[in-house]
Write a protein that binds this ligand. Structure first.
Ligand code: KG4
Ligand code: ZN
Length: 351
């Protein structure tokens, strides 16, 4: 069986222009899609008539980009008489790790990317319970902005990697990883919500203060940028850890009738971060929970995760639609929102 995906790669454009321009992204998609699909089939040595279904991202995202994929999927569906499986971008991130690991349902997923940050209980491939989400920035966005503010691109070893990767890499050479102080976001809120804007702003203030103090040239990087990166990464990890721990306690109480949660999946581009992943795994181990993530190249946006999500849904006979019924949605929050229920449980922070 093979599923197909047509997904946006608009972040390549955003990296160069410092933001996504919807019409440019759409043109880019339109120009590439046919070639990408043809090449995929050629490399896999299969023909379109041999596949079972076409999986395509239809939510959430930039409508103009989603439309390119959905229209092409509809065309193929009609031409080859194949059903279409519409896919939710974040659900696909959440399920990806199951392609290469035995992760029984249900599980808890912490999804951390450049556009999203949320924690969700995954009961099955089509039932997601939202426990928390970001109130402002996504973590990847905070990493990217801080890396840019630090001017890490001016150093050749960071010139061609993402902001998050650059910060992780720089932090490994830190000698004093607690040199810069960051307040723990939302520390008094007994919920699983996230906030990264405060960390980002505190970081920007630290950088400005140091730059002034040292009278740095406009293109110079802070001499102790490695310590700064390690401090920032630790503060981010601590915040995510606190929210994840509360989510574990909530899930065991609400869904599992005091049975143990067995697995946590960390996914999204930021899940590539070893410090963050190891911090979460270490905490989860204390609860006897195993932590997984997709292979690193599949943590960031990719087509395979859409195809895999299609497989998961195909196996449960869910969500297979006729091509006329597929629409795109720029916003698509999970249907079941338990954020308020988490608040009401008022689970304290660990002492
Ligand atoms: O999931 P993704 O590919 O795109 C979205 O759907 O947003 O995530 C991209 C984000 C970028 O912000 C990038 O800086 C971050 O993932 N990222 C990392 C690392 N590698 C990529 N963040 C922290 N540590 C990393 N090693
Ligand atoms: Zn993504």
């Amino acid at each position: 069986m093979l599923n197909l995906l047509f997904i946006s790669k608009s972040f390549h454009i955003s990296a160069r222009f410092g933001g996504i321009i919807p019409t440019v992204a759409m043109d880019f998609h339109r120009n590439c899609i046919e070639n990408v699909v043809n090449q995929t089939f050629r490399r896999a040595n299969v023909s379109l008539s041999e596949i079972d279904a076409i999986a395509v991202t239809n939510r959430p995202g930039l409508s103009l980009s989603l439309l390119v994929g959905v229209r092409y999927a509809k065309y193929l569906s009609k031409r080859y008489n194949k059903p279409i499986i519409p896919i939710h971008h974040m659900e696909a991130h959440a399920l990806m790790a199951r392609m290469t690991n035995k992760i029984p349902l249900p599980f808890l997923c912490v999804l951390l990317s450049g556009g999203h940050s949320l924690v969700t209980f995954v009961k099955n491939p089509s039932e997601f319970y939202l426990l928390g989400e970001t109130l402002d920035d996504a973590p990847g966005e905070a990493f990217d902005k801080i890396a840019r503010r630090l001017k890490l691109r001016n150093l050749p070893q960071y010139a061609y990697v993402s902001g998050g990767q650059a910060i992780e890499l720089a932090a490994t050479s830190s000698r004093d990883p607690s040199k810069y102080e960051f307040p723990l976001p939302l520390s008094m809120q007994r919920d699983c919500q996230f906030s990264f804007a405060g960390l980002k702003n505190t970081g920007a203030r630290h950088i400005l203060k140091e730059e002034k103090l040292l009278d740095l040239a406009p293109d110079a990087v802070l001499p102790d940028y490695e310590d700064f990166c390690a401090s920032f990464l630790n503060a981010t990890s601590k915040h995510i850890l606190q929210r994840t721990r509360r989510a574990i306690v909530f899930c065991e109480k609400m869904f599992l009738k005091s049975n143990k949660l067995r697995s946590i999946v960390v996914s999204g581009g930021v899940a590539r971060n070893d410090v963050l992943f190891n911090t979460i795994s270490g905490m989860a181990k204390q609860y006897d929970i195993e932590t997984f993530r997709p292979q690193k190249q599949h943590c960031t946006d990719n087509g395979i995760m859409i195809a895999w999500n299609g497989v998961e849904l195909l196996l449960t006979n869910e969500q297979i639609l006729h091509y006329d019924d597929i629409e795109v949605f720029s916003r698509a929050p999970f249907k079941i929102n338990l954020i308020q229920n988490v608040k009401e449980e008022s689970i304290p922070n660990k002492a």
